[in-house]
Design a protein around this ligand. Structure first.
Ligand code: PTJ
Length: 245
């Protein structure tokens, strides 16, 4: 099933929020600008993300409607590879969607799912419903993997002293600019690559993993993504497409 159909199917199943359809459209536009391929700036970020997840003591994989609809099997694979829980954490939270996503993840083999039936607490400094997090999950996590995230919560997670890894096709978004590591790529390509990277880096010692993280520069990586996009626009313009700003 192609991505758009997965999102629409997810909406019909009560997994994706109506606003998730808009978010997907925004993502498609940026995906076109990065050539619909995993570029080197994403590969570098994926390696750093794998290293950070491996040295973290309590990593958590946050799941929203769009990621659940697009890549359920890879979310489950990442959770198993890391021995880390999935946590259902929704921006447009309703009990029906939480339960639908929980059942959907179970159907795809998930065994550790927080945020639906366990105890929840509030994360300080947040207005949205995403402030409600699992007491055993995001609340105590040292690193949170939050693909397709909104800027407010990324900032709140950083303020709470957590490492934030995101996947966002828009290198200009507040989330992209606030996270410690931003993978500018489509979640459908990035997640399987991240799972296999975690599996390959697992044999490295913690000193080597820390070196990978120390050498990583998120600002530089976002700059590479923006440069790629502007070159692509120049290329398109040179082929006769008129672009006005
Ligand atoms: O399921 P919920 O209630 O938690 O809501 C989820 C959405 C995604 C609707 C909500 O978090 C939201 O509105 O997010 P934003 O603020 O639209 O941000 C989503 C970001 O993800 C945007 O910058 C999009 O460009 C980007 N994006 C969309 N689709 C993809 C993507 N990035 C990577 N891969 C995609 N497939």
């Amino acid at each position: 099933m192609v991505e758009r159909e997965k999102i629409i199917d997810g909406y019909k199943k009560g997994i994706v929020a109506l606003q998730g359809l808009l978010a997907h459209g925004r993502g498609e536009a940026f995906d076109y600008l990065i050539g619909e391929k995993t570029q080197v700036f994403a590969e570098v970020a994926i390696e750093a993300a794998a290293a950070l997840l491996l040295i973290s003591k309590k990593p958590v994989v946050s799941v929203n409607g769009n990621t659940a609809a697009l890549v359920p099997e890879h979310l489950v694979a990442l959770s198993k590879e890391l021995g880390a829980p999935l946590e259902v954490n929704l921006f447009y939270r309703t009990r029906e969607r939480e339960v639908a996503i929980y059942n959907w993840l179970r159907k795809h083999g998930a065994t550790m799912i927080l945020g639906v039936y366990d105890e929840r607490v509030e994360l300080a400094g947040l207005e949205s419903k995403r402030r409600i997090v699992s007491k055993k999950g995001i609340y105590v996590a040292d690193t949170v993997f939050v693909p397709l995230e909104d800027g407010d919560r990324t900032e709140a997670l950083r303020r709470a002293g957590k490492n934030v890894i995101t996947v966002d096709l828009n290198p200009l978004s507040r989330t992209a600019r606030t996270a410690n590591i931003t993978i500018v790529d489509n979640i459908t390509r990035a997640l399987p690559l991240l799972v296999s990277k975690v599996s390959r880096l697992r044999s490295l010692d913690s000193i080597t993993l820390r070196k990978i993280i120390e050498n990583y520069d998120n600002e530089k990586v976002l700059g590479m993504a923006l440069e790629f996009i502007s070159k692509r626009l120049e290329h398109l313009a040179s082929k006769g497409v008129t672009i006005t700003f």
